[in-house]
Design a protein around this ligand. Structure first.
Ligand SMILES: *[C@@H]1O[C@H](CO)[C@@H](O)[C@H](O)[C@H]1NC(C)=O
Ligand SMILES: *[C@@H]1O[C@H](CO)[C@@H](O)[C@H](O)[C@H]1NC(C)=O
Ligand SMILES: *[C@@H]1O[C@H](CO)[C@@H](O)[C@H](O)[C@H]1NC(C)=O
Ligand SMILES: *[C@@H]1O[C@H](CO)[C@@H](O)[C@H](O)[C@H]1NC(C)=O
Ligand SMILES: *[C@@H]1O[C@H](CO)[C@@H](O)[C@H](O)[C@H]1NC(C)=O
Ligand SMILES: *[C@@H]1O[C@H](CO)[C@@H](O)[C@H](O)[C@H]1NC(C)=O
Ligand SMILES: *[C@@H]1O[C@H](CO)[C@@H](O)[C@H](O)[C@H]1NC(C)=O
Ligand SMILES: *[C@@H]1O[C@H](CO)[C@@H](O)[C@H](O)[C@H]1NC(C)=O
Ligand SMILES: *[C@@H]1O[C@H](CO)[C@@H](O)[C@H](O)[C@H]1NC(C)=O
Length: 455
């Protein structure tokens, strides 16, 4: 009689590897099912709150605050751009801590001229160093907003608008529509404005509470799908137990020779390097100018399994910048690996555990230490940052077998980094073979990967 049982020789380690893969598979499913949804930050959003602080003869004065409730996605220079469409014929008489990019046609006004008469104004933050009489709290950072996990004190940005030709009571005000947020490129989708309970403000000495006359919120969510078509980051792997260095998949972010135009990448040995790099970008945008590599990504994250101790194991992470046109300030990395529940020590990076699935804390956010390595320099000899991580082994799950020691998912600045295919992972010499289990694991990995690529 033939037996179809094949798990009888499986150890606990095998089962937990399978369990981890199932979870990964599950998260891949949920990741692909909804567009604007990030499995590692399911509640992440940017909330824009309008607090009407006073009524004026022909409208109101509102303080608009953007809160970045995303754990690890920040808005970097050149900063946010916020747009909306007025419901009626509103104008902006004046602004503090921000400005519209265009005034529009104000010819119908005699005497006082409004700051902006456009039906669909576009607002940007003011730059640092703005005179004090044009500032308000949380303004004037050039549109840069930190992420909630990295720096909650700097995760908000505000400006004040004085709106005319508008309603002058909470019954007659019409909410602005069609909000658009660029950060600075596309990626965010904003919902409709909703009236919420008026914000309460507590005075500095906590002895008095005031409140807004009227408050509405707009929620914007990010989708990598909307943001860009090509990846910007890839992962390479190596280990002490195998000489193979698994490079980033070829052509992850582009191919060297299928682009017709010159200057799509720069050879680091080129004598023209300096002139190419310092030449102003003709197209006017901040398109990356990358060093020529097989993957052509601006960012590579390398995960090296460095050492094995009896109760611990050690990993070295190196982030390399291949972009000659970008210094990454406030960079961050999000890594998913089952052993993050037992990270013992981490050198020269900041660390925060993210728990997207309640008590399963297998996901960590890492970022630079202020004034030490919080700046990831442009491509070149200084264009990398490094850290080492020490994990305590859980003897029931720990193994160097089957690529377990490599990360499941890596994000740089909130963008997914493309991993090499699992069958290419460096593997243990003489790995004990349990074919049936390995086959199942391989099928699961491939399926998970397939789904992950489909995002
Ligand atoms: C936005 O994020 C905050 C903080 O995580 C959360 O409390 C709120 O429910 C989110 N809003 C929406 C509409 O998801
Ligand atoms: C408007 O204000 C009145 C009191 O001034 C309050 O009762 C009412 O709920 C407010 N309506 C809205 C939509 O905020
Ligand atoms: C909303 O804004 C977008 C972009 O600014 C524009 O294309 C669209 O027509 C607007 N929709 C409405 C209803 O105003
Ligand atoms: C509106 O936004 C504020 C600030 O982000 C938040 O505290 C409040 O909970 C939001 N209200 C709703 C109903 O989402
Ligand atoms: C691209 O160039 C590399 C080396 O420059 C070469 O190995 C590779 O075969 C080329 N690929 C194509 C598709 O031409
Ligand atoms: C990056 O910073 C260095 C010095 O900190 C500066 O020389 C260089 O021009 C900067 N590069 C870019 C692209 O801003
Ligand atoms: C992971 O979660 C467990 C239980 O919730 C907790 O005891 C442990 O300290 C957490 N580990 C880390 C590194 O946060
Ligand atoms: C960390 O590993 C030790 C040793 O295996 C184990 O006793 C402990 O429960 C682990 N902690 C967590 C949070 O998993
Ligand atoms: C190292 O891993 C690679 C797969 O990436 C494999 O082809 C090679 O045989 C392994 N080397 C040894 C010595 O096992």
């Amino acid at each position: 009689m033939r037996s179809w049982r094949f798990v009888s020789t499986g150890s606990v380690a095998d089962l937990s590897v399978i369990a981890v893969l199932f979870l990964f598979l599950l998260s891949s499913f949920s990741f692909t099912s909804t567009e604007a949804y990030d499995a590692l930050d399911p509640n992440g959003n940017i909330t824009i709150k309008w607090d009407v602080m006073s009524w004026t003869p022909d409208g109101y004065v509102a303080v608009v605050t953007m809160y970045n409730f995303q754990q690890y996605r920040h808005i970097q220079a050149p900063g946010w751009t916020l747009g909306w469409t007025w419901a009626k014929k509103e104008v902006i008489w004046s602004m503090m801590g921000g400005q519209t990019t265009e005034q529009g046609d104000c010819s119908r006004f005699k005497g006082n001229t409004p700051h902006c008469c456009k039906k669909d104004p576009t607002v940007v933050d003011l730059l640092p160093g703005t005179p004090y009489n044009q500032q308000i709290a949380n303004c004037c950072k050039g549109g840069v907003i930190n992420s909630w996990a990295q720096d909650p004190a700097n995760a908000a940005s505000s400006f004040q608008v004085s709106v005319g030709a508008a309603g002058t009571s909470n019954k007659t005000v019409k909410l602005p529509k069609n909000f658009t947020l660029k950060a600075p490129g596309p990626g965010y989708t904003c919902g409709p404005a909703k009236i919420v309970r008026p914000t309460k403000f507590v005075s500095g000495d906590k002895r008095r509470v005031t409140q807004a006359l009227m408050t509405w919120n707009v929620t914007c969510t990010y989708s990598q799908f909307l943001a860009q078509k090509t990846p910007t980051c890839c992962v390479s792997l190596s280990s002490f137990y195998n000489d193979t260095i698994v490079n980033c998949p070829t052509c992850t972010c582009g191919c060297q020779n299928n682009t017709a135009g010159s200057g799509s990448c720069v050879d680091p040995d080129s004598p023209y390097l300096a002139s190419v790099v310092s030449a102003p970008d003709k197209s006017g945008n901040s398109a990356p100018l990358v060093q020529c590599t097989s993957h052509m990504c601006p960012i590579r994250v390398h995960w090296h399994v460095k050492l094995n101790y009896k109760d611990y194991w050690r990993v070295k992470i190196t982030i390399t910048n291949f972009n000659y046109r970008m210094n990454y300030t406030l960079w961050n990395l999000v890594v998913q690996h089952p052993n993050f529940d037992n990270i013992t020590k981490l050198f020269s990076f900041n660390y925060k555990s993210l728990s997207p699935y309640g008590d399963l804390n297998d996901t960590a956010m890492l970022w630079g230490v202020k004034f030490y390595n919080d700046l990831l320099n442009q491509a070149g000899p200084l264009g990398n940052v490094q850290s080492e991580l020490l994990f305590q082994k859980d003897q029931n799950t720990f193994t160097f077998d089957k690529g377990w020691a490599f990360p499941r998912r890596v994000y740089f600045n909130g963008d997914n980094c493309v991993m090499p295919p699992p069958e290419a992972y460096p593997y243990l010499p003489n790995a004990s073979s349990r074919p049936a289990i390995s086959l199942l694991v391989t099928i699961l990995i491939s399926l998970a990967l397939l789904l992950n690529f489909a995002q």
